[in-house]
Design a protein around this ligand. Sequence first.
Ligand SMILES: Cc1cc2nc3c(=O)[nH]c(=O)nc-3n(C[C@H](O)[C@H](O)[C@H](O)COP(=O)(O)O)c2cc1C
Ligand SMILES: [Fe+2]
Ligand SMILES: [Fe+2]
Length: 441
Amino acid sequence: MHTVRESSLCHFRAVTVNDAALQPVTAPGLQDKAVALSDRVHWIGALDPTLRSFDIILKTANGTSYNAYVVRGSEGVAVIDTVKEGFSDVFFQRLESVTDYSEIKYIVLNHLEPDHSGALPELMRRAPQARLFISQRAQTMLKALLKHDAFEFTPVMTGDSISLGDRTLSFLHTPYLHWPDTQCTWLVEERVLFSGDVFGCHYCDARLFNDSVGDFRFSFEYYYAHIMRPFREFVVQALELIEPLDLHCIAPAHGPILRDRPKQYPAHYRRLSSPMLHSETGHEKTLLIFYISAYGSTARMAEAVYAAVSEVEGVRASMYDLEGGEVAPFVDLIEEADAILIGTPTINGDAVKPVWDLLSSLAVIPTRGKLAAVFGSYGWSGEAVRMVEERLRGLKMRVPVEGLRIKLIPTSEELAACDKFGHAIARELTGMQEDRIVEMA
Ligand SMILES: Cc1cc2nc3c(=O)[nH]c(=O)nc-3n(C[C@H](O)[C@H](O)[C@H](O)COP(=O)(O)O)c2cc1C
Ligand SMILES: [Fe+2]
Ligand SMILES: [Fe+2]
């Protein structure tokens, strides 16, 4: 097993005790001891301060932590989550500093991704009497991830709970935050929510608690934007379960433990997951046109389409040139739009890079069911429109109106075709149908 040491890059600072129930670690360092959240709850995670990217897609400017916890009840001990496999040694040292393996009655995994399940096989080997609890959706993943047939487990759902005597763990099913299997575990008597990746962030700081660590706001929002945002509707569902809880502390699987004003974090998720434009547009459908054009032909098409869709009542249209190359600001707009149109010329048998940049940045938002259409000027082969249509379908968008391609500079008839194209899209968007002549054979 590859073993990673927590490096000396971790910063230590004396922290003040501001809450009798949640005692922080004292300076100067964590060593390999567990850290008390209360006399019954300990952090036994691992710090990874030198990590600089996570899951390929995230930059981790100051590393991350893999948080795991131990809960002690009058009738046994529960371990909540484990760590990435390479950090197993420090995890077991911290675990052993607060419990004997024979006391472990339950192991709960809130999420099976390897950064949390890495030490599970070894933990189950050391505590063979412990019962494993995972979410119902995790069942098929367990075998595929851990390549282990012999694990026995109990699947749980919202409302299920397990008892440690004077401490109770109950489960909240929060699927797709950010995998199908994810759940949260609520320690009823101490009002601590072990939230898995939810409310987590990649921010490594040995001071551990949100009232002691450095400024992690950027990491929190960045983590939300890349990990949770694609599942916005599931975030809203999970908040319905979490907001009623009288939270004393949120103990996530990465980053600071949120004991200071914990309720602000679900409130922040609520804001981040709420539509922003909605109240402004009311009943109108929003349609965005993005185009790019080397010689102005695709731009002329865009203007004609824009004029057409703008004529239709109930459609609020906007148009943007992608030539600036910055696509990030458009992602928020697209998230809330009902329809997007893309105009691109064919250059070297392909659509142009700013278009692909825009399309590849849409993976972080839900795009299923949005209306989309493509148009563009070309010289001889004109592949771009079809390629972009395919990508939009891959993003689960509806592409009911066939893409419009015009050879080189549009004629007035061709601009009339753009007008027709725009009206067809607007009709799809508003649900208005064109009068049809039905042939009775
Ligand atoms: C460098 C370059 C490469 C091109 N490659 C293709 C191509 O592979 N297939 C094609 O149909 N047209 C190609 N064209 C022609 C353009 O698609 C055509 O000029 C189009 O009208 C440009 O539209 P725009 O004025 O909106 O940029 C190419 C043009 C340039 C300048
Ligand atoms: Fe994860
Ligand atoms: Fe994670």
